[in-house]
Design a protein. Structure first.
Ligand code: SF4
Length: 190
């Protein structure tokens, strides 16, 4: 399957196989709760833009989830501006950059928020559950939990990449969620 262009048709598949855990979790929460708070929308929305999701597709994607809980008018008033803004279509027309791991890891995350880096901001119990849903071996899960408990968040993420792909990324370690996605596409031959 060609995933060189991320679209609403392949996003569920891509989220399982090619997204780092931080983004995979945001995708799952958005699909199940039909809502994400502001910081989570920024983190995930900019990642999707960096991964190639077009503005039109992004608006359709977010609208289709949010309007399961709120009406279309409310969505268009409250949320579509921000999405267009992130694509440089509103306000100062800045082309906003997806967040790096360092920015995500250093950010603050409240108890009822889902953005951030799961290797840093999630309890070991919740992290273990996330990993158990990811089809990787018990040994890998244990290694990743140990790395994350010892503060080696990006090495834990690199280990997760290796467990999912049977190969290491070409760079020494993961330092950007979009790098994770691009490396994954490379390994999968897209
Ligand atoms: Fe996401 Fe980076 Fe954390 Fe990996 S290390 S889960 S890419 S923030």
């Amino acid at each position: 399957e060609n995933m060189s262009t991320l679209s609403i048709n392949n996003i569920d598949h891509a989220s399982k196989d090619s997204f780092p855990l931080c983004m995979k979790r945001l995708h799952v929460v958005l699909r199940s709760e039909h809502h994400l708070k502001h910081q989570a929308r920024q983190q995930y929305g900019l990642f999707l833009k960096g991964a190639g999701l077009s503005l039109e597709q992004a608006l359709t994607f977010w609208r289709s989830e949010f309007t399961k809980k709120i009406d279309v008018d409310k969505f268009d008033k409250q949320y579509s501006y921000n999405i267009r803004h992130n694509y440089g279509k509103e306000g100062r027309k800045t082309n906003y950059t997806p967040y790096s791991c360092m920015k995500i890891i250093m950010g603050a995350v409240g108890f009822d928020e889902y953005h951030g880096c799961p290797y840093k901001h999630t309890s070991s119990q919740a992290l273990k559950q996330l990993l158990e849903f990811s089809n990787i071996s018990a040994q890998c899960i244990q290694d990743i939990l140990n790395l994350s408990q010892n503060g080696h968040y990006q090495i834990a993420c690199t280990k997760y990449f290796e467990a999912k792909h049977g190969a290491l990324p070409s760079a020494t370690a993961i330092n950007h969620p979009n790098q994770f996605f691009e490396e994954s596409q490379k390994v999968k031959g897209h």
